[in-house]
Ligand binder design. Structure first.
Ligand code: PMP
Length: 410
């Protein structure tokens, strides 16, 4: 007997910690751009697990690689070498143009890893005294919810009452090059600048053209590491393999997660050149599962899929189409004021306040009509389908979205 949605929800509510507020949809299957609930209703997935499922649900090549490896060897820990990890490390460093990679599992864990590498580099290479390194971060950032990361998060929900907080962070406005220059030159103890090339959780906020180029130049001029968190924006999501590629910027530390596995398995990574990565010595950092052979096999397949299927080009073209089509509607809409984004990472802003329930109510209606999306704020809805979506499917979805929004017109 198959479980009903109501049963599944009541089980999670009763036995799971209430650390999420999901839409009341219970999914049990996914193929490409589609997911199905336990009652068999089919939906377009316009969240992609927060941009993790860029290659589409259950991509046969990724699942195949995972199955093959799962039947051979799953975990040895890094106490020993395994025959898949080095192959993956060569592949991923070649892919993104770095000397070395440090494999981890989740996005937040990779961010923590980058912060540790940056601090150690500052101590060894810049002579910043132990315990004095400062890392510049941006307002409205999202980098995860671990204890160090919440110390500089704007997400009051994840931060407040979870102190004491970790010291060593300076927060400046995003997309403000003057603020960065002021902060970078304010002290000789600045070690790094941690930035999302597009702020995802902030409601898909795209910085001004040239911001990342200028920020990188400032970092270089002041011997400060430019740390790009591409956990959400990376792996073709914004129409390039990395969002920093829109401005030809190469970060000193690159943080990847989510779509590095196509959502099939937790895989994250930090990439850097030798001069930075070699500050890490045996035992100074690690994780039992980081770099396990299944993760390695899955990540190679996931990156191959992105390349073979030219998902960056698809995201670029269909992202433009998505914004163009929505803009036609927005021109005469009383409820939506704008659509913004790059590639297939987009959001609409609704004419209501941040605390309203309008975006949530629209998402509930979208789900009824067969499209799954989630608000980032009470007035912002993010749209991020798998990058394997076709033009026909995308236009179908634009139709669903506009029809639903029309129901909310005043
Ligand atoms: N960095 C960014 C930019 C993210 O968007 C996220 C997740 N939304 C994270 C880090 C954290 O990743 P994870 O949930 O895998 O820890």
């Amino acid at each position: 007997q198959k479980m009903s949605s109501a049963e599944a929800i009541s089980l999670e509510d009763k036995f799971g910690a209430h650390n999420y507020h999901p839409l009341p949809v219970v999914l049990s299957k996914g193929v490409g751009v589609f997911v199905w609930d336990v009652e068999g209703k089919k939906y377009y997935d316009f969240l992609s697990a927060y941009s993790a499922v860029n290659q589409g649900h259950c991509h046969p090549k990724i699942v195949g690689a995972m199955m093959e490896q799962a039947q051979t060897l799953t975990l040895t820990s890094r106490a020993f070498y395994n025959d898949k990890l080095g192959v993956y490390e060569k592949y991923v460093t070649d892919f993104f143009g770095f000397d070395k990679v440090l494999p981890m599992n989740t996005g937040a864990e990779a961010v923590e890893t980058a912060l540790k590498i940056c601090r150690k580099w500052a101590y060894e290479k810049k002579g910043i005294p132990e315990n004095e390194a400062q890392i510049i971060v941006c307002e409205n950032n999202f980098h995860g919810r671990t204890t160090t990361i919440i110390s500089f998060s704007n997400d009051e929900n994840a931060r407040k009452n979870f102190g004491p907080y970790t010291a060593g962070f300076i927060k400046i406005p995003y997309d403000d090059i003057d603020a960065l220059e002021k902060a970078i030159t304010s002290s000789k103890n600045i070690a790094g600048f941690l930035v999302e090339p597009i702020q995802g959780e902030a409601g898909v906020f795209v910085p001004s053209e040239g911001y990342l180029t200028k920020a990188k130049a400032l970092c270089e001029a002041n011997n400060v590491l430019f740390i790009a968190d591409e956990v959400q924006t990376g792996i073709a999501r914004t129409g390039k393999m990395l969002a920093v590629h829109h401005e030809n910027v190469q970060p000193d530390l690159l943080i990847l997660g989510k779509a590095l596995s196509g959502g099939a398995y937790p895989v994250s990574a930090v990439l850097a050149m030798d001069a930075v990565m070699n500050v890490i010595k045996p035992g100074q950092h690690g994780s039992t599962f980081g770099g396990n052979p299944v993760a390695a096999a899955v990540a190679i397949a996931a990156l191959e899929v992105v390349k073979e299927e030219k998902l960056d080009e698809n995201a670029s073209a269909l992202g433009q189409l998505f914004r163009d089509e929505l803009n036609k509607y927005i021109a005469t809409s009383s409820i939506v004021s704008l659509v913004r984004g790059k590639g297939l990472l987009n959001a609409i802003v609704i004419n209501d306040n941040e605390e309203s329930e309008t975006a949530w109510n629209i998402c509930v209606k979208l789900a009824e009509k067969g499209l799954l999306a989630k608000p980032t704020h009470g007035n912002i809805i993010r749209f991020a389908p798998p990058l394997v979506i076709t033009e026909y499917q995308l236009l179908d979805c634009v139709g669903i979205i506009i029809n639903t929004l029309r129901d909310f017109e005043k």
